[in-house]
Design a binder for this molecule. Structure first.
Ligand SMILES: Cc1cc2nc3c(=O)[nH]c(=O)nc-3n(C[C@H](O)[C@H](O)[C@H](O)COP(=O)(O)OP(=O)(O)OC[C@H]3O[C@@H](n4cnc5c(N)ncnc54)[C@H](O)[C@@H]3O)c2cc1C
Length: 814
């Protein structure tokens, strides 16, 4: 058995499918000085007992990329490393019980085909051709993934291990890691068999990730947001009809009934995601055992009864024989169901590849992504969906527990755009919550912050069921329209708690910032957007900047707090001349927008309201010091009023009273999204992502090539000379009942030419809008294209790359 070496460049803690894949991929990228340490035998965590299903299907672009990378790798890995892998590519049928499910499939099928996967929609009449034993009388149709299948998870892990060992990496088994410490700029990993120093350390400890994560708390870490649930599958006795077949049956998934069913040898394997699910190891009275290697829980079939019955009705063959085995094993969940892959928040040279719910199908892609993070500090695909920094301090154990249960019980739920999941709410509440609630606010959570989505009028249906649709119109539609028009004609007030706020303190702050951003740092008294690119010129993030007495202030989205904090902190000069201060929790923001804004503000504040658009000043409202920024994400005359949380009630009341005679109306995030679309303003991780460069994103006006140096300059200069192959383009879409969803495909003459990055209804224009990135030669005004909206190709016209509403920004400058 391998001895523990004294040093390695990278140490991976945990030898499940994911840790082994990470090790393998590090070696493939030339980093063979890597060691994987496993407390027991490889696969002894969740991996050994997994059902091994490997779908490509996902509603998320990046997760689909991750999974399809895996399945492509698994098709060749066995041969490449000369290790047998029991991998059966059988294809899979997904069943739809409703029109909305069919719409979900249409969207995913279009996305898959754009990624080069041969997905198909199935009509009811096709279903039995693909899956002869299925009852179809009550179905709406289905979808087909020809490259779905199942793999032996233990063999997969061993194949990764063999590939990694062949390339020079080491694996040390039966060696529990007991702690880590930082010493002389390196990590020292402490184990039962001695210590190993390393430059980089990876937490790949599966359901034990929280335990391992705690060792990093003294170094800036946080509690890993995870919970562990029990997931069961049942295997039947051999079924003669299956034994008589030549080919293995495809996998069958019934997402509306919530289970998967696949052939296992000559029997069937049924795995439900049940509503009445169980979390384990969440309290002091139910602690995680010191060792659970190769263990399972006792079967608990009672909570699966409904699903078993339903599946037997759907595939009567299933009920024709008895059960031989039940597996009830630990499956870890992050609050949104995606894993953690990437930099460990706040901790230097530490990474996470853990808490996988679908870790067998995702292991391959996760290994690639993790290895890119470690070796290059960036990833090929935008992987925000899995970035550990997406959960900030609000995601505590209680949150992880309730969200884990909610996600598991709705594992196959359709991601309706306006459905606000009820669990884990009110984690961060501003002092204005009660006031907004009284005005009819229907809240949504953004990085834990409760924000008004829309304001219901008396009699409006505020139930969740009404939100189970992709259609534009629902109980919110007219109310949101009224909010938008009030902002256009009078004024609106919207609270945005949770803006992430940083101050870079020190004399050289502005010069330092200029070296990082693609554009200019606003002058004193001015405020402006700054963009940050990576070395490839891709869009890393966007912030609003202004100068302060002590340096520069940077504001960014609620969800971006830890991402942007670490991005900035990692780039501070090493001499300690600048410090990064996080003010996020201290202040809130009231957005006052509309032509009456100045009249509303004038009597209640001592500011100079004649200062132009993009100015910044400090003044007093209701006795409180506030910052007034003359900016507007909604494209009307207006100010953002930033004030201390504690002062928010007084400031709000003053604005509200002053606004009453002018028709001041509260507005929410749905209205804001519609208004910003009409201005072509970008949204982070939709229109702004590392899948596009700053130039492809149409942000040329924020790039100053005449500056001496900035991150990404060389790449952007190259691209500027050669020209970009794809480019940002606003579209007006002749949509039907649904607006273009995020990542809808754009077509021209039967060819796919791009993707929608945001879509929605513009109430001021009375039109359906999509922001897109399409082939450059088509990104010209009046070009006719089509957008695939849930399977329907809808005509669309490319607009000039300027705001659709008030193209000259005259209303902002009033
Ligand atoms: C019943 C069931 C069915 C499933 N079916 C599927 C499926 O069909 N498809 C799919 O994709 N996924 C499936 N899953 C999920 C899948 O099992 C997991 O997502 C996957 O195994 C996670 O792999 P991992 O490498 O992240 O974690 P693990 O396999 O848990 O590996 C983590 C490793 O870290 C080690 N470790 C922990 N702490 C330490 C320490 N201190 N020192 C050293 N080593 C340590 C552990 O011993 C363990 O071996 C299923 C899960 C269950 C429960």
């Amino acid at each position: 058995m391998a001895e523990l070496p004294g040093h390695a460049r990278v140490v991976i803690i945990g030898g499940g499918a994911v840790g082994a894949s990470a090790l393998y991929h590090l070696t493939q990228m030339g980093w063979s000085d890597a060691v994987l340490i496993e407390r027991n035998e490889l696969t002894s965590g969740s991996t050994w007992h997994a059902a091994g299903n490997c779908p490509n299907f996902s509603g998320s672009w990046s997760i689909m990329k991750l999974q399809s990378y895996s399945t492509a790798l698994y098709r060749r890995l066995g041969d490449e490393v000369d290790y047998p892998i029991g991998y059966h590519v059988t294809g899979a049928v997904r069943l739809a019980h409703s029109l909305e499910r069919m719409r979900e499939f249409e969207k995913v099928v279009a996305m898959a085909r754009h990624q080069g996967l041969d997905f198909e929609m199935l009509q009811v009449a096709d279903l039995r051709d693909r899956y002869p034993f299925v009852e179809t009388h009550d179905l709406a149709g289905g979808s087909w993934d020809p490259l779905d299948g199942d793999i032996d998870p233990a063999q997969l892990t061993q194949a990764f291990a063999r590939g990694a060992r062949n390339a020079g990496a080491q694996i040390v088994r039966f060696c529990p890691v007991t702690g880590v410490r930082r010493q002389k700029g390196e990590w020292v990993v402490e184990t039962g068999k001695g210590e190993i120093a390393c430059e980089y350390v990876v937490n790949a400890a599966g359901y034990r990730a929280r335990e391992v994560g705690r060792w990093f708390l003294p170094y800036g870490g946080r509690e890993v947001p995870q919970t562990t649930l029990s997931h069961q599958y049942l295997i039947t006795e051999p079924i003669p009809e299956l034994a008589a077949r030549d080919a293995k049956l495809p996998i069958l998934r019934d997402p509306d009934s919530s289970y998967y069913l696949r052939q296992e040898k000559d029997g069937l394997l049924l795995g439900p995601y049940e509503r009445d699910c169980r979390a384990h190891w969440t309290s002091a009275s139910d602690p995680m055992p010191d060792d659970f290697s190769f263990q399972l829980w006792a079967e608990d079939l009672e909570r699966l009864e409904w699903y078993i019955e339903d599946a037997c009705g759907r595939v009567p063959l299933l009920g024709s024989v008895g059960l031989t085995r039940t597996v009830n094993g630990p499956i870890p969940y992050v609050p949104d169901g995606n894993p953690l892959i990437g930099p460990m928040p706040g901790v230097p040279n530490a990474f996470e590849a853990c808490v996988f719910t679908f870790g067998i199908v995702q292991a391959g892609g996760a290994g690639k992504v993790l290895a890119e993070w470690v070796t290059e500090g960036e990833t090929e695909w935008d992987m925000w969906s899995c970035d550990p920094r997406r959960f900030t301090s609000f995601a505590d154990q209680a949150y992880a527990d309730v969200k884990g249960l909610e996600i598991y019980g709705h594992e196959y739920a359709i991601g309706f755009p306006r459905y606000q999941w009820p669990e884990g709410r009110r984690k961060r509440v501003s002092p204005l919550y009660g006031r907004l609630e009284e005005l009819g606010a229907q809240f949504m959570a953004s990085a834990g912050w409760e924000r008004a989505a829309w304001y219901a009028r008396p009699g409006d249906d505020t139930g969740l069921e009404a939100c189970e649709t992709y259609e534009r119109e629902g109980p919110w539609f007219e109310a949101v329209g009224e909010e938008c028009l009030a902002v256009r004609d009078a004024a609106g007030l919207c609270e945005l708690p949770g803006f992430s706020r940083f101050e870079v303190v020190g004399e050289g702050a502005a010069v330092w910032l200029a070296g990082l951003t693609t554009g200019v740092v606003p002058a004193d008294g001015r405020v402006g957007l700054v963009y940050f690119a990576d070395d490839k010129g891709r869009i890393v993030t966007e912030m609003t900047a202004h100068r302060t007495d002590r340096g520069v202030a940077l504001l960014t989205g609620a969800g971006a707090e830890w991402h942007d904090r670490d991005w900035l902190a990692d780039r501070l000069p090493g001499d300690g001349s600048l410090a990064l201060v996080n003010h996020t929790e201290e202040l809130t923001c009231l957005v006052l927008s509309g032509p009456k804004s100045r009249e509303i503000l004038r009597p209640i504040c001592d500011a100079d309201l004649s200062r132009p658009w993009l100015s910044h000043q400090t003044c007093r409202i209701a006795g409180a010091e506030v910052q007034l920024m003359r900016v507007s994400y909604v494209g009307e005359l207006g100010w953002e009023v930033h004030c201390a949380m504690a002062d928010a009630p007084a400031v709000f009341d003053a604005l509200w009273q002053a606004g009453a005679p002018h028709g001041l109306t509260p507005f929410g995030l749905y209205a804001m999204d519609s208004l910003r679309l009409e201005k072509g303003y970008r949204s982070w991780k939709q229109d702004l992502s590392t899948d596009y460069t700053v130039l492809e994103g149409g942000l040329d006006r924020f790039v100053r090539f005449d500056k001496p140096a900035f991150a990404g300059k060389a790449a952007l200069q190259r691209q500027s000379q050669q020209g970009v192959a794809q480019r940002f383009a606003p579209l007006i879409v002749d949509a039907g009942r649904c607006d273009a969803p995020y990542l809808a495909t754009v077509w021209k003459g039967g060819e796919r030419v791009g993707l929608v990055t945001s879509g929605g209804w513009g109430y001021r224009l009375g039109k359906s809008i999509a922001l897109s990135v399409i082939r450059t030669d088509l990104a010209t005004e009046n070009q006719e294209v089509e957008v695939d909206i849930f399977g329907e190709r809808r005509p669309a016209v490319v607009q000039a790359d300027r705001p659709l509403w008030d193209p000259k920004n005259a209303r902002l400058r009033e």
